[in-house]
Write a protein that binds this ligand. Structure first.
Ligand SMILES: Cc1ncc(COP(=O)(O)O)c(C=O)c1O
Length: 407
């Protein structure tokens, strides 16, 4: 049965979007743990293979548990947006095994040897590496520019006809840079570039890049969309349904970065409470940022909701709320960072983000240990920088824990 997708409220889409009643009347879509699907006849098999009949064929190409998560995410990214003719915007989502698999599909599915990507420095490390270390072997290279400098970005695009894709991650890791999607997308569209936005930190609840004419959105669903830290996953969402259904689907299927029914089930379950969780994540983050800002042991707080963040104005215009991610600089440098991490009693010391509990990490001694110190400092990742994904605990418990760990 086709999904009933006539829901108007964001929360209702979180709960019901993409859901169709399966034949045994299970309330929730079951985990379809089947690698292949059975045909009624040779004729039906041909009809399925030629696309004359819609249906499932092989697990790498999708299954009903995966479809529900894909349709829900497409509806959430399109929520309340319209297409060029004024009708409801229709998007297509393809679930992947990880955020990196979704990113690989969009890059390999849209670019060919000789093409260039224009992007910025503060990308997630994995994205940076695939662009810098893997794609050049296939003849695809990158131009890195400061996307805050719109004039320079425009000049670089105008000067190089081989630039085909603009790749934006906002807000970005770990200094919480926020980039102006509307302005950048408009520059890109002047030269017919494709635009892809990594919306992982914001989720569609806080930011909808498709409002600004972009072509693709990617997420690491591992983070806020799943919300519980139970599965690694990714999703690629596209505006051009024909392109998504042809070249992009082909690339996804052939690269083999498909999701699976169990992870899709966990993702759908997490999405059911996305808006509720995000509200609480954001409320807590605002209080944590204010607390740290006033703390004498803290030299600097990077939170988009604080007026002293250089990108505060853009964030407040483009996002519904500045979000649940922040980073802060302890006064005592590396030693203070290590002591702080070792003293935490409530917050969890782990990389990743977007889980129900508060996650805290110290980039200088973990994720960015391999980056030469001078380069790390140039990126704003100082010795005492702590990154926080603020969770859903009682705020007093988070603040008390931070306070005693900073002391
Ligand atoms: C902003 C962002 N994009 C993409 C990724 C990659 O996602 P995954 O780890 O699910 O492959 C991450 C991972 O941390 C991320 O933070």
């Amino acid at each position: 049965m086709a999904a009933n997708n006539n829901h108007t409220g964001f929360d209702t889409i979180c709960l019901h979007g993409g859901h169709s009643q399966e034949s045994n009347r299970a309330h929730l879509t079951p985990i379809y743990a089947s690698s292949t699907y059975v045909y009624d006849s040779a004729e039906q098999a041909t009809a399925l293979f030629t696309g004359q009949e819609k249906g499932y064929i092989y697990g790498r190409w999708g299954n009903p548990t995966i479809t529900e998560a894909e349709e829900k995410i497409a509806l959430l990214e399109a929520y309340s947006l319209t297409d060029k003719s004024g009708g409801p915007l229709k998007l297509k989502a393809i679930l992947h095994a990880s955020g990196m698999a979704a990113i690989s599909t969009v890059l390999m599915g849209t670019l060919k040897a000789g093409d260039k990507i224009i992007t910025h420095q503060s990308l997630y490390g994995g994205t940076h590496e695939i662009i810098e270390r893997i794609l050049p072997d296939f003849g695809i290279t990158a131009t890195i520019v400061d996307f805050h400098d719109l004039a320079q970005t425009a000049a670089m695009i105008a000067a190089d006809a081989s630039i085909k894709l603009m790749y934006i991650e906002t807000p970005a890791n770990p200094t919480l840079q926020c980039l102006d999607i509307e302005a950048l997308s408009s520059l890109a569209k002047n030269h017919n570039l494709l635009v892809c936005v990594d919306n992982t930190f914001a989720t569609p609840y806080l930011q909808q890049p498709f409002a600004f004419d972009v072509d693709f959105v990617v997420h690491s669903t591992t983070k806020f969309l799943n919300g519980h830290g139970t599965a690694v996953g990714g999703v690629l969402i596209g505006r051009d349904i024909a392109l998504m259904s042809s070249k992009i689907t082909k690339t996804h299927r052939l690269l083999g970065g498909n999701s699976n029914a169990f992870d899709a089930f966990l993702l759908t379950n997490g999405l059911r409470t996305l808006s509720l969780r995000m509200d609480r994540h954001c409320q807590n983050a605002e209080k944590v940022a204010a607390f740290l800002h006033a703390h004498e042991g803290v030299a600097q707080v990077n939170y988009l909701g604080l007026a002293d963040h250089p990108d505060h104005v853009v964030a407040m215009r483009q996002m519904k709320h500045p979000g649940a991610m922040l980073s802060f600089e302890l006064k005592g440098g590396l030693d203070a960072g290590v002591k702080f991490i070792n003293s935490l009693k409530v917050c969890t010391h782990a990389v990743s983000l977007g889980t129900c509990d508060t996650l805290v990490s110290h980039p200088a001694t973990t994720t960015h240990m391999g980056v030469p110190r001078d380069l790390r400092l140039q990126y704003g990742i100082t010795d005492g920088l702590i990154r926080m994904s603020v969770g859903l605990e009682n705020i007093d418990d988070i603040l008390r824990d931070l306070d005693q760990a900073i002391q």
